[in-house]
Design a protein around this ligand. Structure first.
Ligand SMILES: Cc1cc2nc3c(=O)[nH]c(=O)nc-3n(C[C@H](O)[C@H](O)[C@H](O)COP(=O)(O)O)c2cc1C
Length: 383
């Protein structure tokens, strides 16, 4: 039986979720985080809007300890994935986040900037007409309609050695802007969900024969290089974490081809690179990561990167499941859809009130922030 399954047998209480905790140097009022969620509500130029400010402030007022921003694009070349996605690629974009981070902090939360390069999955980029990827392989699946996409993904061009260096510089400069201009408390590198860094990690999308491709250690090189340069860029002023998954937005059930031995290489390399936390996300985080092996991906992260703090995400709005994660040693639980339905989740749990069900209408037909969501943030039953 896995450690999670064992913990589930004990009666769960939300009290552990609501107790203060430190994620490395970040002191948090509780162990509930808002997962990163792209909401395509920025201006076409990638500046955050007043609607976004109210959206993030609502999670802070609702009691969440940590807010992870939606994926912010990192350069003015190939990083942008979606129209109306916010960026950190320019100083003006970063400065425009300062009031949002200040409001989150004033309301007792800490806020993380998630840095994202879309790679082959870019379906809306005002700077470039075509996407780049580790290899010229057409992504599986269809573009996301709720992010203004239509039809199949385009065939990307293979990224050059010089452009890989530009990617690394983009992450590093964005991280610096996030800390110096925007006022974020931490940096999260988006290494998950099928975007550029995950495309490098994944054997089916990375078929390079140079130093950036090959076995899993070689496919990890770009992730390690980005972590190292981002850490140099922020120079100890903020923790630097990374988000990792097997599943992808265009391939939910993808699995690492080498099973647990890939997990060992991946998590040990991330720990060696000096990452300050790991954010593990799976569609159902409590399920075994691989067939014939009862361990979840989070448990494998703990096994092979034992000293690195851990955030776990994926279907954990069931509070029993979330509490079970903490019981076996996870540091924080991140909520996506559960937080959209319950921006005041920590307050509701504190008062013993039941949580609202997630309504998919929030994300349709376009996944932008709806007025009804903002109304939820001032509802008498809410914050
Ligand atoms: C509308 C929406 C947008 C998302 N955007 C991002 C994103 O920008 N970055 C990211 O790492 N994950 C993103 N995700 C994935 C979530 O962070 C989370 O992993 C997913 O919703 C599963 O968690 P849940 O079961 O708690 O909802 C997004 C999810 C949703 C529903």
């Amino acid at each position: 039986m896995s450690a999670v399954a064992h913990a589930l047998l004990n009666t769960p209480t939300p009290s552990a979720l609501l107790s203060p905790h430190a994620l490395g140097q970040l002191r948090l009022r509780n162990r509930l985080a808002v997962a990163p969620m792209t909401r395509v509500t920025a201006t076409p130029e990638g500046l955050p809007t007043g609607t976004m400010a109210r959206y993030y402030e609502g999670f802070a007022k609702g009691g969440f300890g940590l807010l992870i921003s939606e994926g912010l694009y990192t350069d003015t070349a190939f990083a942008q994935g979606y129209l109306n996605q916010p960026g950190l690629a320019e100083d003006g974009q970063a400065s425009a986040w300062a009031p949002i981070t200040a409001a989150a902090q004033a309301n007792g939360a800490r806020i993380v900037a998630q840095l994202m390069h879309a790679g082959a999955l870019s379906q809306g980029n005002r700077f470039r007409a075509h996407a780049v990827a580790p290899s010229a392989i057409q992504p599986k699946g269809q573009q996301m309609a709720f992010y203004y996409g239509q039809g199949a993904y385009e065939l990307p061009r293979q990224i050059t050695e010089e452009e890989i260096e530009d990617v690394i510089v983009g992450f590093a400069k964005s991280a610096r802007r996030a800390v110096t201009l925007a006022g974020f408390d931490a940096i999260e590198i988006h290494g998950a969900n099928g975007y550029l860094l995950d495309q490098f990690l994944t054997s089916t999308t990375n078929q390079r024969t140079d130093r950036w491709g090959g076995g899993v250690s070689e496919r990890m090189r770009l992730l390690v290089a980005v972590i190292q340069r981002v850490k140099q860029a922020v120079a100890g002023r903020a923790p630097v974490g990374i988000r990792i998954s097997q599943g992808k937005v265009n391939d939910f059930h993808a699995k690492w081809s080498g099973g647990e031995s890939d997990a060992e290489v991946v998590f040990a390399a991330l720990a060696d690179a000096g990452v300050d936390y790991l954010h593990i996300t799976e569609f159902q985080a409590w399920q075994p990561a691989f067939e014939y092996n009862s361990a979840t991906l989070a448990e494998l992260a703990r096994r092979y990167a034992p000293a690195v703090p851990l955030i776990v995400n994926g279907g954990l709005h069931d509070i029993g499941r979330a509490s079970a994660m903490l019981d076996w040693g996870v540091d924080l639980v991140a909520m996506g859809r559960g937080a959209l339905a319950n921006p005041d989740m920590p307050r509701l749990l504190q008062r013993g009130m039941s949580l609202r069900e997630f309504d998919t209408a929030i994300l349709g037909p376009i996944a932008d922030i709806k007025q009804s969501e903002l109304a939820l943030r001032s509802h008498p039953n809410g914050v």
